[in-house]
Structure formats: structure tokens, C-alpha cells
Design a protein around this ligand. Structure first.
Ligand code: GLN
Length: 244
């Protein structure tokens, strides 16, 4: 049976993720409501604007149910903004997060050099072909806890991390034609049983259910044009980061 995967659809490049997941045979759908969240076995939070999405998650009553599902083992992948939302905290900013991944992220970390760029990344878990990393005002991981695996770096900073069932990428694989990271994420769904999909109950186990990483076959291909529909980033407190 095709794995049921959701893409949080409060903001950001939802359609692109859904398209890639469907091309890999997944039963992918947009998630905007609690009922839709309960129906999926894995969730991607796409790129966008992290402060907006955190607010919307609270407004739609999704923050706590989402946290509970992930703590119970549901695979979660945050791309760019999604990784910020999942982080433990945000360097230099008083910004609420879901605290699903034991990392401190720095928003807009790469500054002007690669504010928006495509960079070939070495990602050994995906094979030897470099992965086209599309960075759009991307965060990097500034601190990672002991349970966090660093699976790719750029300029010495982690840009792909995983802690059990939770992964985060600074970049946007959905804006390329390389499906290997989506296939890798779908591989994490395999050990997560169908029975888990209908509500997580009250269990609050730690994040860290082992996922089975299936290195998918390489399909490095042409790059779609990255867009930058995420809005500008405005620090909410007097952090040290420049506006971009
Ligand atoms: N700069 C955005 C933020 O901090 C993230 C950018 C993105 O998701 N492409 O929320």
C-alpha cells in the first residue's frame, strides 16, 4: 500500500513536494486540519516563513497534535523553514519552535554569498553523485545535540541533519528534479506502521524511533527554477542577524 504522506499546507511550496512524493508512488496530500494530520503517516513541513507558520500552527490547533505524533515516532521532514520550525531554538532570536529536533538553527545564515543559490552537496547516504542543494535564504545548524546525525554540510555548517524519525534540510529538494531525498524520507516511513496513523493518543515517548534509511537510487537531474516566494525575514528581537 502506498504510504500516506502529508505536506503541511499553511504556507510555502506545498505543491512541489506533493508532486515529487506522488512521482515516487506515495499517497501524498496537503495537511491543513487536525483530521488531515491524523490521517497521514509522515509529514513534510515545506519552505516558507517560520514565524508565520508557527503562528498558524497555533491558530489552527496543530502544534500540540503534531508534536505528539512526532514524539510517538511519526517521520517528519522540515525543509528550510520547516527545519527552523522543528528546531529546539533559533540563534539570536526569541522565536517559538516545536522543539522536535535537538538543534539550534541560525536563520538566513549564509548571508549574501549564497542567499539564493544552487550548490552541489556531498550527501553520502544518498550515494556518490552530488545533490543539487537549492538554498533560499537558508538557515544552517549552529549547534546539534548528541543524538543528531549530520548528513551533509556546507561551508563547515550542517545543512542536513537527522535525529531518529526527524530530519531537517536547509535546502529545497522539491525545487529540483533529484528525488533521492524524498525517496530517503519515504524509506523512513517503512517501519512506522499503518496503525499509527489514526491519532497518537497520549504517549509522549522521546523522539528517536529508529528509521530505516533506504538509500534510493540516484536520479540527479536538471534543476527547476528556485523561487523565493517566502517573505522577508524580520527578527523579532534584537538578535545579531542582519535582515535580508
Ligand atoms: N528565511 C526563512 C525563515 O527564516 C526560511 C526560508 C525558506 O524556507 N526558504 O523563515
Amino acid at each position: 500500500m502506498a504510504p500516506r504522506v502529508g505536506v503541511l499546507a499553511l504556507q510555502g511550496d506545498v505543491v512541489e513536494h506533493v508532486r515529487v512524493l506522488r512521482s515516487l508512488g506515495a499517497d501524498a496530500s496537503a495537511v491543513k486540519t487536525r483530521a488531515e494530520l491524523d490521517a497521514v503517516r509522515g509529514l513534510i513541513v515545506p519552505g516558507g516563513e517560520s514565524t508565520t507558520v508557527i503562528r498558524l500552527l497555533d491558530r489552527f490547533g496543530l502544534s500540540e497534535p503534531l508534536r505528539t505524533r512526532v514524539e510517538c515516532g511519526m517521520p517528519f521532514w522540515g525543509t528550510c523553514m520547516g527545519m527552523i520550525v522543528a528546531a529546539h531554538d533559533v540563534a539570536g532570536l526569541e522565536q517559538k519552535t516545536l522543539d522536535l529536533l535537538d538543534v539550534t538553527v541560525r536563520r538566513n545564515a549564509f548571508g549574501r554569498q549564497i542567499a539564493s543559490a544552487e550548490v552541489p552537496l556531498a550527501i553520502p547516504v544518498l550515494g556518490t553523485d552530488p545533490f543539487p542543494g537549492v538554498f533560499i535564504r537558508a538557515p544552517w545548524v549552529e549547534r546539534s545535540g548528541p543524538g543528531v546525525e549530520v548528513l551533509a554540510t556546507l561551508a563547515g555548517h550542517p545543512v542536513f541533519v537527522r535525529q531518529g524519525n526527524v530530519m531537517g534540510t536547509s535546502f529545497h529538494p522539491e525545487l529540483t528534479n533529484d528525488v533521492r531525498l524524498h525517496a530517503y524520507f519515504l524509506g523512513m516511513l517503512l517501519p512506522y506502521g499503518e496503525g499509527e496513523a489514526s491519532g497518537a493518543g497520549d504517549a509522549t515517548g522521546p523522539v528517536g524511533a529508529p528509521g530505516v534509511a533506504s538509500g534510493a537510487g540516484g536520479m540527479a537531474g536538471d534543476i527547476g527554477s528556485p523561487d523565493s516566494r517566502d517573505s522577508g525575514v524580520i527578527p523579532r528581537s534584537s538578535g545579531s542577524r542582519p535582515r535580508s
